[in-house]
Design a protein around this ligand. Structure first.
Ligand SMILES: [Zn+2]
Length: 299
């Protein structure tokens, strides 16, 4: 499924902002998916032009629960998930000579809470609720058949419990393909505190797992985390860290190093240490991905 895929895309939200889309508010993707779909296609196109051979849909925080909180019907959330896939397919079809894989971006339960809870994973809900939350989105995407995504990208996962819940949620659909990417707080642990190696070993057993990795994490942690992943399973490793800038919550701004050149140099190291797929998360742009494509293994 991911044979020959080496370059993933970069951040969606910030790129939409550069294109003038209004991404203020917790349900930005809903508004952009409905009001300015051409901007989402433009972001996908920019990443494919930069060299991405896998793109992620603009659906990270789309869920029935998140929509319900703002009085939006569940049908609208389901439709948004499918619309996001359609827009990615549309952009991929503009490059018929390339084989671009479409991955459905599925954020964790915490992303639907809109309070940053995905970065600690203490949700205060039971396992069953986590399973139900993930299963309703999986059911919608699985039901789309050939119009669905090539794979489900479960990302920014903070805990072993949530990864286990997704495994349970996926159980009725063994034929689906999925990757599991965790957000990590240091060189060995996911945000909630479990060992990344334990999380990787757990999801490696699922029939749907086509890759395991790390995203939404500082790039300086990648070499150590890639080593942990390789030790824990034989699955392909996918990493898409943040640009390297940090969010200063007090001043409400990004600070530090976000230079694409250093990101590209680090990406070469990540490939060399065994990552098969490299892309970018928050604050990465087509320039970052262009440099990743330059250092990616060639067929
Ligand atoms: Zn991120």
């Amino acid at each position: 499924m991911l044979l020959g895929v080496h370059v993933l895309d970069g951040g969606m939200a910030s790129e939409l902002e550069y294109l003038g889309a209004n991404i203020d508010g917790p349900l930005w993707s809903a508004h952009v998916l409905e009001d300015a779909p051409e901007k989402i296609v433009a972001v996908h196109r920019a990443y494919i032009e930069a060299g991405a051979d896998c793109i992620e849909t603009a659906s990270y925080q789309v869920s029935r629960m998140g929509y319900a909180e703002f009085g939006l019907a569940q049908e609208r959330a389901d439709a948004a998930l499918l619309r996001a896939v359609e827009l990615a397919r549309h952009a991929a079809a503009e490059f018929p000579e390339r084989r671009v894989v479409v991955a459905a971006s599925l954020g964790p339960y915490g992303a639907a809470l809109h309070n940053g809870a995905e970065y600690h994973g203490n949700y205060g809900v039971g396992f069953g609720e986590l399973v139900a939350f993930h299963r309703e989105r999986i059911r919608v995407l699985a039901g789309a058949g050939a119009d669905g995504p090539d794979l489900l990208a479960f990302e920014t996962l903070p805990s072993l419990e949530e990864a286990d819940a997704i495994g349970e949620a996926l159980a009725p659909w063994p034929e689906l393909a999925a990757w599991f990417c965790f957000t990590c707080g240091d060189e060995r642990h996911v945000a909630h505190g479990e060992l990344l190696a334990d999380c990787a070993a757990a999801v490696a057993r699922l029939p749907q797992t086509v890759a395991i990795g790390v995203n939404c994490t500082h790039p300086s942690l990648m070499p150590a985390l890639i080593a942990e992943l390789r030790r824990a399973s034989e699955k392909p490793v996918v990493v898409y860290p943040n640009s390297g800038e940090g969010w200063d919550a007090e001043k409400r701004c990004w600070t530090g190093e976000g230079d694409p050149t250093s990101f590209g140099a680090q990406a070469a190291e990540w490939f060399a240490s065994g990552a098969q797929i490299v892309g970018g998360c928050c604050r990465t742009r087509p320039a970052h991905i262009g440099l990743v494509a330059e250092v990616a293994p060639k067929l």
